[in-house]
Design a protein around this ligand. Structure first.
Ligand SMILES: *[C@@H]1O[C@H](CO)[C@@H](O)[C@H](O)[C@H]1NC(C)=O
Ligand SMILES: *[C@@H]1O[C@H](CO)[C@@H](O)[C@H](O)[C@H]1NC(C)=O
Ligand SMILES: *[C@@H]1O[C@H](CO)[C@@H](O)[C@H](O)[C@H]1NC(C)=O
Ligand SMILES: *[C@@H]1O[C@H](CO)[C@@H](O)[C@H](O)[C@H]1NC(C)=O
Ligand SMILES: *[C@@H]1O[C@H](CO)[C@@H](O)[C@H](O)[C@H]1NC(C)=O
Ligand SMILES: *[C@@H]1O[C@H](CO)[C@@H](O)[C@H](O)[C@H]1NC(C)=O
Ligand SMILES: *[C@@H]1O[C@H](CO)[C@@H](O)[C@H](O)[C@H]1NC(C)=O
Length: 564
């Protein structure tokens, strides 16, 4: 009896030791618009890239030591001269840089992608030996592939292969971009859009992992394997390997996965997911990046843990923010005061390449020149003239958040306007601006079905005005204004919803929170009248309030995945 109890105690002790070693963390690990993630581990640092479509700079590169905190270290596409004219030629709101793959080979980082929207599909392969430096990303090697979502795979014989949507395979000359003949590898298990392929060689097998079912409710990860890279591929008996389709889960659309190992040899997968289930319609952040542990025993198929908000799995690498470079961590608040001579913070993005001088940091703060087009793109519509929008914003990275910024603006003609916006696309956004109406300064609020113009209090004339977005709940965007004095009375100007920032014209992208300035069509060509004043923004603050991990349960952002 005594010995039975002591061995039971020993057993319990050893079990709890094992349990203690496994980690607990919360998804999404890269909150906010971060679709189509691809990651690779090099010397204990994980490097990831996510899709950015029409936004610029594009192809955000993140580095993480612990798979939880991700520092925004560079953008592979960061100069107009890397793809001259492409951005301005792109009309669609969801064209641009599609799903990329990041890999490391013999001292060089490679990001391969395809650009849609500037005529024919343009294959681009960026290289860098120092991904902490924008300037080190090369001009792209250009290649012609018939489909999107290129993978990068080096075989043991030194040959380099690109698999794309379909799923098809081509050998590639990595220096010239010359492509070999097309081989059809696998058409998936019958879901629409077999795409997002990645090839891994392991235990004498070529494993092909793809996404299918479309990047929405039916999205799934499926696999096949072969003894030679060109096939024939046999489908896995365990398909789909990972999906949340047909479930009541909050995290839906799970798919478009990548696989990598940590330095202990444990396998992990990143994938995209949308916090929208079950059957919701409010998902302003679009597709975000989730992490899941994978068990991949020798000769066997990998087993993915299903994606949830609250995860347990392999021990994570030790928490560390000791990463070089000068970008912010994705989950950190913004505290930007735009000191003269400072760079534009790396997490702020434009909608297409900005015109010269559109946005600059000056002695008076973040200076926006008025764009002839308003945020909606008028008068240029979807024509290339729509490039003349003056806008900059950061991803909404929390289910609820507070944003505020101080605006100093002295219009000298009617219809000149500057303000803040929750922006999904040029056709789906909520705006609060200060606008000159005849001889009167007014608030203009524009949300779906609501378009109001109300005069500013007379005593606010000539003052710096603090503009606010607060989100009492994930579906409520409350826009207000105050003076900058502490405790100054806030005027509630208008309410928008998350639903109007979800799907529709922006189902591939996610909401950005930022500022704009426009003369609403005055002037000619791309230019506002020469004497139009600038708008100055200061004291930019974005603070996450909460992260939802199920449809009902949220965690304060300040505690979300924070090291203890
Ligand atoms: C995939 O489908 C296409 C079109 O039907 C066909 O030509 C191709 O042979 C198929 N590929 C495989 C590997 O079965
Ligand atoms: C996540 O689950 C663990 C148990 O595995 C629990 O201790 C923890 O409180 C949960 N976290 C949240 C935020 O619900
Ligand atoms: C630890 O996590 C791995 C990966 O998810 C899992 O296979 C294993 O069962 C877990 N161990 C325990 C004791 O929970
Ligand atoms: C108001 O927003 C809608 C789209 O939400 C847009 O069509 C319209 O042009 C906007 N008005 C202005 C003045 O920007
Ligand atoms: C919104 O109001 C502005 C005037 O401030 C007007 O020019 C514009 O046409 C209105 N837009 C809609 C969609 O009603
Ligand atoms: C602002 O309000 C807070 C809380 O009500 C108060 O403690 C503080 O003294 C006020 N500040 C000013 C400048 O009135
Ligand atoms: C916005 O909604 C809140 C209630 O959630 C309400 O108190 C406020 O008056 C609304 N603001 C406007 C401008 O309609």
């Amino acid at each position: 009896m005594w010995s039975l109890r002591s061995s039971l105690t020993a057993l319990l002790a050893s079990t709890s030791t094992v349990l203690a070693q496994n980690s607990t963390y919360l998804n999404p690990v890269l909150p906010g618009w971060h679709s189509d993630p691809s990651c690779t581990q090099v010397d204990g640092t994980f490097y990831c890239v996510t899709s950015t479509f029409i936004a610029f700079p594009g192809l955000a590169i993140y580095a993480s030591k612990d798979l939880i905190d991700y520092k925004h270290i560079s953008h592979a596409w960061n100069r107009e001269s890397q793809l001259p004219g492409y951005s301005y030629a792109t009309k669609g709101q969801q064209e641009g840089m599609y799903a990329a793959t990041i890999r490391y080979h013999e001292g060089v980082f490679y990001v391969i992608c395809e650009y849609l929207g500037a005529g024919q599909l343009a294959g681009v392969l960026f290289k860098s030996t120092d991904p902490y430096d924008d300037a080190s990303w090369s001009d792209p090697v250009r290649f012609e592939a018939p489909k999107i979502d290129p993978d990068l795979f080096w075989d043991d014989d030194g040959k380099f292969y690109v698999a794309t949507q379909g799923v098809i395979l081509q050998e590639m000359n990595i220096e010239t971009g010359e492509m070999g003949p097309v081989t059809s590898l696998w058409n998936g298990t019958g879901g629409v859009w077999p795409e997002g392929p990645h090839i891994f060689k392991r235990d004498g097998w070529y494993y092909l992992m793809i996404a299918e079912g479309g990047t929405s409710w039916d999205h799934a990860v499926t696999m096949a394997r072969a003894k030679t890279v060109t096939g024939p591929y046999e489908p896995s008996p365990h398909n789909p390997h990972m999906t949340n389709r047909g479930t009541q889960e909050y995290f839906q659309t799970v798919g478009h996965a990548d696989l990598f190992q940590d330095t202990e040899g444990a396998w992990w997968s990143v994938a995209l997911a949308t916090r929208v289930g079950p059957y919701g319609s409010n998902y302003p952040m679009g597709r975000e990046t989730v992490l899941t542990p994978v068990t991949w025993n020798e000769g066997e198929w990998p087993v993915f843990q299903p994606v949830r908000g609250n995860m347990t799995g392999w021990p994570l690498p030790a928490r560390s923010r000791d990463i070089p470079g000068d970008g912010p961590f994705n989950s950190d608040p913004d505290v930007y005061d735009f000191e003269e001579g400072s760079a534009i913070p790396r997490n702020l993005m434009y909608w297409r390449v900005p015109r010269d001088g559109a946005v600059e940091v000056t002695g008076e703060g973040l200076q926006l020149s008025l764009g002839r087009n308003n945020v909606a793109g008028s008068p240029g519509g979807s024509e290339p003239a729509a490039k003349a929008i003056s806008f900059i914003g950061r991803r909404q990275t929390d289910s609820t958040f507070d944003f505020s910024v101080d605006l100093t603006f002295a219009p000298n003609a009617p219809e000149q306007e500057a303000g803040i916006t929750a922006f999904l696309t040029q056709a789906a956004n909520i705006q609060l601006g200060i606008i000159q109406k005849e001889d009167q300064l007014s608030f203009r609020f524009n949300a779906t079905g609501k378009n109001t113009t109300t005069p500013l209090p007379a005593e606010w004339s000539g003052e710096t005005i603090r503009l606010h977005i607060e989100t009492p709940s994930p579906n409520q965007y409350a826009f207000s204004a105050s003076l900058t004095a502490e405790n100054s009375t806030k005027i509630a100007v208008g309410n928008g919803t998350g639903v109007e920032l979800s799907g529709g014209t922006g189902s591939f992208v996610g909401t950005l929170i930022g500022v704009y300035a426009t003369c609403n069509g005055a002037g000619s060509g791309l230019d506002c009248p020469e004497d139009a004043p600038k708008a100055y923004f200061n004291r930019w603050r974005y603070t996450g309030r909460s992260q939802y991990i199920t449809a009902q349960d949220s965690v304060p952002s300040a505690q979300f995945n924070k090291a203890v």
